[in-house]
Design a protein around this ligand. Structure first.
Ligand SMILES: [Zn+2]
Ligand SMILES: [Zn+2]
Length: 320
C-alpha cells in the first residue's frame, strides 16, 4: 500500500509529500521545493529510501530544491510535462524574484504525459496531465490509496491561479472537471498548499460556488460585485479568484446572508490586492478558517507580499 507524509516546505508552506511503498520502503519525493534537510530527515526517520523525485510543476516553491536533492541523493527527476520547460529554465530567476535560496535548472530524466504510470516500490501512481495553472502541470493518482497529489491545480475551497505566463482559466477548469473529478468523490487530494480535501467535497462546494452567481436576496449590491468579477476575467483571466466589491453610493442596505457574502468578498479582494505580485495562489476563506501557522514562515510570506496573514495553513507534517 502507498503511504505518505506531507512536509510543508519553503516560506510558501508548499506541501512536499514523501510517498512510499510500505512493503519495500522505497519512496519518492513529490515537489521538493526547498528545506531539503527536513525532507531527508523525515525519510530517514521513517526508514524510507527515496528512489526518485516526482514533480507536479516547475514553480519555485515546488521545484526549487530539485537539482540539489537529485545531486545529493543521486536521484532521477521524473516530471513534470515538457510544457513546463520554460519554468524550469527560469528557476534561477524565480528564486531571485521571490527571494528564495538560489535554485538551479535541471534536465528531467523523464518527462511525463497523460496516462503514464510511475512505480513507487510495488505501488503504482497514475499520471494525469492537468494544464491551466502551468502548461506542464501533472498530478499523481494512487487508485489503491484513494489519494491524489495535485500540486496547484486544486485547493480546499479554491483553485490554482491562472494569471501568469502559460496559465489559462478555461483549461484549468477542464483539467479539474475532466481529469480530477473522474478519480471519484471519495478520493482525498493533497494540494500544493493548505489542508487536504476530497474531490466530492470540492465538486459540491468549491467550483459550484464559483460558477453560480452569488445572488442577494434583494438589492443590486452583490450583482455589481459579480459584474466586477466579469471585468476581472478580461484583466486577469481569473474571475473567481479576484472578487470585486460593489461601488458604494448606489447600494441598498444589505443584511443577513448577502451581507456576509459581501464581507467575505471584501476580505478576499483585500487579500488579492496584497498578493497581486505573487504567481502562487495561497488563499481561500476555508484555509483562513483552518489556519494554524508557524510564526516564521507566514511572517516572511506576508512581508514579501505573497499572502495575507493566516492564509496558508498548517505547519505540522501530516501523516496518512
Ligand atoms: Zn504553482
Ligand atoms: Zn505552489
Amino acid at each position: 500500500m502507498l503511504r505518505y507524509q506531507t512536509i510543508p516546505v519553503t516560506p510558501f508552506q508548499q506541501n512536499c509529500s514523501l510517498v512510499w511503498c510500505d512493503q519495500t520502503m522505497e519512496g519518492a519525493v513529490i515537489d521538493p521545493g526547498g528545506d531539503l534537510p527536513r525532507i531527508v530527515d523525515e525519510a530517514g526517520r521513517r526508514g524510507v529510501t527515496p528512489r526518485q523525485i516526482l514533480l507536479t510543476h516547475a514553480h519555485i516553491d515546488h521545484a526549487g530544491g530539485t537539482a540539489a536533492l537529485a545531486a545529493q541523493l543521486g536521484l532521477p527527476i521524473v516530471g513534470p510535462h515538457e510544457g513546463d520547460q520554460f519554468w524550469i529554465d527560469g528557476l534561477a530567476e524565480q528564486a531571485r524574484m521571490f527571494r528564495f535560496p538560489p535554485a538551479a535548472a535541471f534536465a528531467p530524466t523523464r518527462w511525463l504525459h497523460d496516462g503514464d504510470t510511475v512505480q513507487v516500490g510495488r505501488s503504482e501512481l497514475q499520471v494525469r496531465h492537468c494544464p491551466g495553472h502551468t502548461p506542464g502541470h501533472v498530478v499523481f493518482h494512487s487508485a489503491e490509496a484513494r489519494r491524489a497529489f495535485v500540486g496547484d491545480v486544486l485547493f480546499a475551497g479554491s483553485m490554482g491561479r491562472t494569471d501568469f505566463p502559460g496559465g489559462n482559466h478555461d483549461t484549468l477548469i477542464a483539467s479539474i472537471t475532466q481529469r480530477l473529478w473522474p478519480m471519484g468523490d471519495d478520493t482525498v487530494f493533497i494540494p500544493g498548499h493548505g489542508p487536504e480535501s476530497s474531490f466530492g467535497r470540492e465538486r459540491r462546494s468549491n467550483l459550484r460556488r464559483r460558477h453560480l452567481s452569488i445572488r442577494p436576496r434583494s438589492g443590486p449590491c452583490i450583482a455589481s460585485a459579480n459584474a466586477g468579477n466579469r471585468a476581472g476575467t478580461a484583466r486577469h483571466g481569473s474571475p473567481d479568484r479576484r472578487p470585486r466589491v460593489a461601488q458604494s453610493g448606489t447600494q441598498q442596505p444589505v443584511r443577513g446572508r448577502a451581507a456576509r457574502d459581501l464581507r467575505r468578498q471584501r476580505n478576499l479582494a483585500c487579500s488579492w490586492r496584497r498578493s497581486s505580485s505573487s504567481i502562487f495562489n495561497l488563499g481561500s476563506d476555508r484555509e483562513q478558517r483552518r489556519a494554524r501557522m508557524p510564526a516564521g514562515g507566514i511572517d516572511l510570506a506576508v512581508q514579501m507580499g505573497f499572502a495575507k496573514k493566516a492564509v496558508i495553513s498548517t505547519g505540522a507534517p501530516r501523516s496518512s
